[in-house]
Design a protein around this ligand. Structure first.
Ligand SMILES: Cc1cc2nc3c(=O)[nH]c(=O)nc-3n(C[C@H](O)[C@H](O)[C@H](O)COP(=O)(O)OP(=O)(O)OC[C@H]3O[C@@H](n4cnc5c(N)ncnc54)[C@H](O)[C@@H]3O)c2cc1C
Ligand code: SF4
Length: 500
């Protein structure tokens, strides 16, 4: 087993495949390549974090696990945060492990519009998803760890009525500690730092952590390796230089916000590099109940509805967050904020993730930070209002006394006869704080090199031995949580490399 963390000395290695980024796409690709008998080096910018050392607070998670303290921003008319992780296992360490198969209509659309993914390709993708469900113990949230917030959402949706269901997640025996966003100390969540990465090492692979790749090495139009400098995770002090040569191919899976800038910095030329950024930005409505809900008890996300995925284009979900995060969602300061925080135990928060039409662009920030130009279209604002109003109605149907919409210009809280105010709420994006955690694009797939950066196996058009295997290749929104799709794509691409 070889894990090389921060070091002062320079390092040179040669392997069959170098994989950059150890998140959903990178860890899965590296694992599939190692299982196929290849030698693999997996290079991760962030540190290795042992679950026993995961933080308990949101502040600690931002410091130890998030990319750039979680201050990535999508800039349009409003500035909305983008959240991703930077550690071995990538965002799978801080996500809620929700597992949803890629919807057929999405894949048929890719084939029709982009020439990507004929029947055999689609069937291969779903086959990988079947296998991943077994390997990562996809389970429906057990009733015993559902928690009241999730149960209330189910009750409210049934009363409105619309369809909803307990979530399926890559979790083995969820203990309902409500800590998914800070990493699962109970070792129940099957994040890829616990699953696929250790297997890569057991199969003879090497993992470099604290190792941000600075450039993919190109010889002409062939990718031959990766170079960068070790970086100490807390002080950000620079250490030795690493150079890893790849005999067969370089696989880049550094996330939607990092892959396209890395390729551009390496000299990869394509007019659409960074283009086609899409997301499911989301925000929540808090319901305040007469009795204690204790949303921090139970699965962090345990219930969802996909009834409105296609029309008008949104997903509804529960999301339990700790007191310090709720504080940032409530208006007011000082004694007023403290008084409002007093309702925490009686609150439940449910969110709408908008399947947005808006398309943006990922750029390299001046200091190497995440930089995305992205603003909501009017139609997206209308979707958002519909979703928020439906969530408010769901809270009231479940017995909430009042809801806190979190919309600038509206009263702090609303009663059941005031939901119309949300429906007619402002169309100015600056009145809302939306967070984007489901990101797509930047190096999208299209069979035609003039319309996409990669082909249907993630191979960068016009280059040899260069593959993208993360959410950057996804050419549209999905309307569902993306990890299952990203992992299945990464396995598909790795399989193709092994067959070549
Ligand atoms: C809070 C939250 C909850 C979520 N919940 C769910 C969920 O329940 N279900 C679901 O399906 N999806 C969920 N998602 C989304 C899902 O986690 C992501 O879509 C997915 O992890 C993206 O995979 P990826 O491989 O593209 O990137 P990531 O998983 O983000 O991995 C990218 C990795 O590359 C590393 N990296 C970046 N630059 C470099 C470099 N230059 N050199 C080396 N390494 C680099 C990063 O540090 C990171 O570790 C959630 C996301 C968030 C933020
Ligand atoms: S709710 Fe708790 S036990 Fe369940 S997966 Fe999340 S962190 Fe782990």
């Amino acid at each position: 087993m070889t894990h090389i963390a921060f070091r002062e000395d320079d390092l040179a290695l040669e392997v069959d495949y170098v994989v950059v980024g150890s998140g959903a796409g990178g860890a899965t690709a590296a694992n599939a390549l190692a299982r196929g008998g290849a030698t693999v080096a997996l290079i991760e910018a962030g540190p290795w974090r042992d679950p026993a050392d995961y933080p308990s607070s949101t502040y600690g998670a931002m410091r130890d696990l998030f990319d750039g303290w979680g201050v990535g921003i999508a800039k349009g008319r409003a500035l909305w945060p983008i959240v991703q992780a930077s550690c071995v296992g990538g965002t799978t360490v801080i996500n809620c492990a929700i597992c949803v198969r890629t919807p057929e209509d999405v894949l048929l659309g890719w084939e029709r519009d982009l020439g990507v993914g004929a029947k055999a390709w689609r069937e291969g993708l779903w086959k990988h998803q079947e296998a991943l469900e077994v390997e990562l113990c996809a389970e429906v949230v057990p009733a015993a760890s559902a928690g009241r917030s999730n149960l209330l959402a189910a009750k409210g949706a049934a009363a409105v009525p619309y369809d909803g269901h307990p979530m399926t997640r890559y979790v083995k025996g969820c203990a309902g500690s409500g800590q998914c966003l800070q990493g699962c100390k109970q070792l129940k969540k099957q994040s890829l730092n616990l699953q696929f990465v250790p297997e890569v090492m057991a199969l003879g692979g090497t993992v470099l952590s604290c190792a941000p790749a600075e450039r993919v090495l190109l010889e002409g139009r062939r990718a031959v390796g990766v170079t960068g400098r070790f970086r100490e995770p807390v002080t950000r002090r620079k250490g030795g230089r690493f150079t890893v040569r790849a005999r067969k191919a370089v696989v880049v899976a550094a996330s939607v916000t990092r892959t396209a800038p890395l390729l551009a910095a390496s000299g990869v030329k394509h007019p659409l590099l960074g283009a086609g950024f899409r997301a499911h930005p989301g925000t929540g409505v808090i319901g305040v109940y007469d009795e204690d809900v204790d949303m921090n008890v139970g699965a962090t996300q345990g219930w969802a509805s996909v009834q409105y995925r296609v029309e008008p284009g949104m997903k509804l979900e529960t999301l339990s967050i700790p007191p310090e995060m709720i504080a940032s969602r409530l208006a007011g300061a000082g004694a007023e904020l403290v008084a409002r925080m007093g309702d925490y135990r009686r609150m439940a928060m449910w969110v709408v993730a908008v399947r947005a039409e808006a398309v943006g662009r990922v750029k390299r920030g001046v200091f190497g930070e995440v930089s995305v130009d992205y603003g909501f279209a009017d139609a997206d604002m209308r979707r958002l209002r519909k979703g928020l109003a439906l969530l408010a109605r769901t809270h009231f149907a479940a017995g909430a006394r009042r809801v806190i919409p979190g919309i600038y210009g509206l009263p702090y809280d609303l009663g059941p006869d005031q939901v119309g105010l949300i429906e007619e709420g402002p169309l100015d994006p600056r009145a809302y704080i939306l967070i984007s955690s489901h990101l797509f694009g930047g190096a999208t797939m299209d069979r035609d090199p003039a319309r996409g950066v990669c082909d249907e196996y993630g191979r960068v058009h016009g280059y040899e031995g260069l593959v993208v295997a993360d959410a950057s290749v996804i050419p549209t929104t999905l309307g569902v949580n993306p990890q299952h799709t990203i992992m299945a794509l990464a396995r598909t691409f790795a399989g193709r490399l092994l067959d070549a």
